[in-house]
Ligand binder design. Structure first.
Ligand code: ATP
Ligand code: MG
Length: 234
């Protein structure tokens, strides 16, 4: 009689945190922001992370997006330790981040910010080329050609935020991180961005992780995580 062996064919989580702790060491004291966090992030899922100001949300994103390495523990992408894969390679090829303070290249136009990111990630431009694709994406977030070709420092806060969002969307990566991406946007524009995040997760099988204070945004995500006292809970 043939015996059946239970096998797990499930793919490894796209991103895994194992025993992740992080401590900032200042001149007079150490601040432990994250304490022994274990969590698996999967594809096809839109996560939001809530938590009081100063609870470590941006710190968590900077570790998960490969900008910094945790003091303790490991972070892995598709089962491979980020430090082995290389943080730079991970950031260039697999993860895109929309920063809380945008981090746009201030000497460039909106369009150049987007096309430069596409070049760095090596994204295939499609038949029309990178410029056409970037203009199309900027148009989708409500920035017309006139806005797109203006220096980003001459755009409003909400417009700059939309450039930062477009820059991340233009790079065809596996994981998208965003830190308060709708903080400066009116309700309709914010809803458009939320719809895009849902679509990326559900139709393009991406993993989307968004830090927010907005209950409205959290209510539309698949999983709501809370960061409090260094612990991440669902
Ligand atoms: N580079 C740093 N050096 C020292 N301490 C830091 C550093 N960055 C952040 N911290 C401290 O770590 C804690 C968490 O900061 P973090 O920016 O991750 O919080 P946050 O949850 O994103 O807050 P907010 O909602 O206000 O953006 C805070 O107490 C902060 O002062
Ligand atoms: Mg923050």
């Amino acid at each position: 009689m043939a015996t059946t062996v239970a096998t797990t064919t499930e793919a490894p989580p796209v991103l895994r945190l194992d025993g992740v702790s992080h401590t900032y060491i200042g001149q007079r004291r150490r601040t432990t922001v994250l304490k022994n966090i274990d969590y698996s992030f999967r594809r096809g899922t839109f996560y939001t992370v809530l938590g009081p100001s100063g609870s470590g949300k941006t710190t968590l994103l900077s570790l998960a997006s490969g900008l910094d390495a945790p003091t303790r523990g490991t972070i892995s992408f598709n089962g491979e330790d980020l430090t082995k894969l290389g943080l730079g390679r991970y950031r260039n090829k697999h993860a895109a981040t929309i920063f809380q303070h945008y981090n746009l290249l201030t000497y460039m136009t909106a369009l150049q910010n987007v096309t430069t990111a596409m070049e760095i990630t090596g994204v295939k431009p499609g038949s029309g080329g990178r410029r056409a694709r970037a203009l199309e994406l900027l148009e989708q977030v409500g920035l017309d050609r006139h806005m797109a070709t203006r220096n980003v420092m001459k755009l409003s806060g909400g417009q700059q935020q939309r450039v930062a969002i477009t820059r991340a969307l233009a790079c065809d990566v596996d994981i998208l991180f965003a830190d308060e991406p709708t903080g400066n946007l009116d309700e309709d524009t914010a809803q458009g961005i939320i719809d895009t995040f849902r679509e990326l997760a559900h139709e393009q099988d991406k993993c989307v992780v968004v830090v927010t204070h907005s209950q409205r945004l959290a209510a539309q995500s698949d999983r709501v995580l809370t960061l409090r006292k260094g612990k991440l809970t669902e």
